[in-house]
Ligand binder design. Structure first.
Ligand SMILES: [Fe+2]
Ligand SMILES: [Fe+2]
Length: 194
């Protein structure tokens, strides 16, 4: 699915169902991080790659809107946003891309790592949409699943436009291999990527 080489173990949904408040809080932070990293890419690469600026500023707005939606759900359940925990999945993926860097352009890897994070979120939101018994929450994740698929296409499309389809797809496959090892090695917990 969307370039991923290893499906998530469906038992992950059981871990999530045991701690929905934990999942929602982690998810809220993921949306904030997505907004933040889109703007960081603009700040870092907007000069050399001005075609990124419009789509990534728009993406940051959308991700901030997702954060608000998740935060509203947390509040409606009587909960509150928990302190941010570090995301071992994202850190490991960025480290793996660095280990594999070679002569690959830094921007290409940033775009492809972002594409893979969107793809994994999409895959996991699809599991939640299909398996959560709470209809309203399942519907929410169905909507977000579609957004994440669109974001995967945005990042992989930006990479292909700038670096060529053949090179981008070759590198995406290589990084997807590392992503599969990382995703498989993480304990199944009530977090979007854990
Ligand atoms: Fe989002
Ligand atoms: Fe996204």
């Amino acid at each position: 699915m969307l370039g991923l080489l290893q499906p998530t173990d469906p038992c992950w949904v059981d871990a999530v169902e045991g701690d929905l408040d934990g999942l929602l809080s982690d998810h809220a932070h993921c949306e904030l991080k997505a907004a933040h990293s889109a703007l960081s890419l603009v700040g870092r690469f907007g000069g050399e790659a001005p075609e990124l600026v419009g789509p990534l500023v728009e993406l940051a707005r959308e991700e901030a809107g997702h954060f608000e939606s998740v935060q509203r759900r947390i509040a409606a359940r009587g909960g509150r946003l928990q302190p941010r925990a570090s995301d071992g999945y994202v850190r490991a993926l960025r480290r793996a891309a660095g280990d594999e860097r070679g002569a690959a352009p830094d921007l290409l890897d940033h775009l492809l790592v972002a594409a893979l994070i969107e793809a994994r979120s999409c895959e996991r939101f699809k599991l939640l949409a299909e398996r959560l018994p709470q209809d309203e929450l399942a519907g929410f994740y169905r909507e977000l699943m579609a957004s994440e698929a669109r974001h995967f296409t945005l990042f992989s499309g930006l990479a292909e436009t700038r670096f060529g389809a053949a090179e981008s797809r070759r590198r995406l496959r290589l990084l997807a291999g590392r992503e599969a090892e990382i995703a498989e090695g993480l304990p199944l917990g009530p977090t979007v990527h854990g």
